[in-house]
Design a binder for this molecule. Structure first.
Ligand code: BG6
Length: 461
């Protein structure tokens, strides 16, 4: 890896920050814990209310708001070159009614950025990581409404003006293509009664792509040297059989995922996406197309956890791969394939912004021996190295998910842990919030110090 390679990790405001009383609510704040119920209210505005018997873990996160200095000192101890975090829009504009941003909110991220720079850690900002303010949903219905693009623009202009003298890497959205499945969480949109979900999704996609272009424009207007990216959930799609039917399914699924990157990186709406937009009656304005063409991404920011499988038989389980305790396929080579697919398609530098193993950890005599996590990361980093060294892909950094344990997105669980740093907090919010170093903490420190040269797990812990 070259001297400037960005080794590090990621976190997000809605999963770690807490500080609930000093900000407005976000969309994840009203998502209760539990796989079964987490998403159940989301298409039913009538159920939008607080349910006192449910637990809403994002409201507290792991109180990064209180602990950020201690946490950043631990990241520095591991030798991070970069940390990706999200600014909470609801901390900057808590109600959506205010003319001016909250100075207290702005100051918090000033503090975080300055603390990172103190340790020479490059800050990477995501403007929305599934943590849009709730008022954007209640007032505008999220990105379904074109006005949200202007509201977003005002927010981005505010934070770019404030932070871009110190922050060189900006990511508009977390996993924009996950909106295909999680319209509320990613789009901030509830499907209006009587409307077709796919048509609503396509309108959200169109507006969100305009919003992404506006972030790119604002960043480049501030300083053309700023690098603008967007996160795409990366997952190669395999077929169960070599049948034409299965291959056609793969082609269709790939397009659902690539349609966002195709516009953001190439500045052009591809024919297959245009056809869908037109069929759904979405107005494609010539001035929008010109704007999308002028404001394309500088880098691609994939997450990578697993591969996907399609089959005309309906199965989604790949017989060649093992799964995590949470049913996610484990496919290190899929990382290399994803990097190849994205680079071949877009020919832009790639900053990997998420990769990690979410599973249960146990504390024994105060220690967390997470050899399984080390093994997972080791295998994936080895594939990143092959992609760089053997395939010639321009990977500029590798950020894991997550720097420390945070609330999981899919289930809202604390016990599904990803971090190098253990946080003493259980699924019902009991615990001291104390931080401790897992075995993987020392392993990753060694990986970074050797610039990825030494992946062996010979750590004494
Ligand atoms: C990514 C998200 O999809 O996956 C993160 O950007 C999330 O927010 C991560 O935490 C892991 O998923 P989960 O559901 O296990 O937390």
């Amino acid at each position: 890896m070259n001297d400037h390679f960005l080794w590090g990790s990621s976190i997000s405001g809605g999963q770690c920050e807490g500080g609930y009383s000093s900000r407005g609510e976000t969309v994840v704040d009203i998502m209760p814990q539990g796989k079964g119920i987490r998403f159940q209210y989301l298409n039913d505005p009538g159920k939008y209310l607080d349910h006192p018997d449910e637990w809403y873990p994002s409201r507290n996160g792991v109180e990064f708001y209180e602990h950020y200095k201690e946490d950043i000192a631990l990241y520095a101890e591991m030798g991070f070159k970069a940390l990706r975090f999200s600014v909470l829009w609801s901390r900057i504009f808590p109600t959506g009614e205010e003319e001016n941003p909250s100075e207290e909110g702005l100051q918090f991220y000033d503090n975080v950025i300055n603390e990172l720079l103190k340790y020479h850690i490059e800050p990477v900002i995501t403007t929305i990581h599934f943590d849009m303010p709730l008022w954007v949903v209640t007032k505008y219905n999220g990105f379904y409404n074109r006005e949200t693009v202007d509201v977003y623009r005002k927010y981005v202009q505010t934070i770019v003006d404030r932070y871009a003298d110190r922050v060189k890497y900006w990511i508009s959205f977390c996993e924009i293509n996950v909106m295909n499945h999680a319209l509320y969480m990613v789009g901030g949109t509830i499907v209006p009664e009587g409307k077709d979900r796919n048509e609503v999704l396509l309108q959200c996609a169109y507006n969100k792509l305009l919003a992404n272009a506006s972030m790119v424009q604002i960043c480049h207007d501030f300083d053309p040297a700023i690098k603008a990216g967007c996160e795409i959930a990366g997952a190669p799609v395999y077929t169960l059989h070599s049948s034409p039917e299965d291959y056609l399914l793969k082609l269709q699924e790939d397009r659902m995922n690539f349609r966002y990157g195709d516009v953001m990186a190439k500045g052009k709406i591809p024919f297959y996406f245009r056809k869908d937009l037109e069929k759904a009656g979405i107005e494609i304005r010539p001035e929008d197309e010109a704007y999308l063409a002028q404001n394309t991404l500088d880098f691609i920011a994939p997450s990578y956890y697993k591969s996907n499988l399609v089959s005309s038989e309906g199965t989604r389980t790949n017989p060649y791969l093992q799964e995590t305790a949470f049913g996610w396929s484990i496919d290190p080579q899929g990382m290399r394939i994803t990097l190849n697919e994205l680079y071949e398609r877009y020919e832009k530098p790639i900053l990997i912004v998420e990769n990690g193993l979410g599973t249960y950890d146990t504390v024994t005599d105060g220690k967390i021996c997470d050899d399984y996590r080390i093994d997972y990361l080791k295998q994936h980093i080895a594939q990143v190295k092959k992609a760089v060294e053997e395939d010639g892909i321009d990977v500029i950094g590798y950020l894991t998910w997550a720097a420390m344990d945070v609330v999981s997105t899919s289930e809202g669980m604390m016990s599904k842990r990803y971090g190098f740093i253990y946080v003493d907090l259980d699924d019902r919010g009991n615990g001291t919030y104390a931080r401790s170093r897992k075995k993987s903490f020392f392993w990753y420190k060694k990986v970074i110090a050797s610039d990825g040269g030494d992946l062996e797990n010979d750590i004494e812990y």
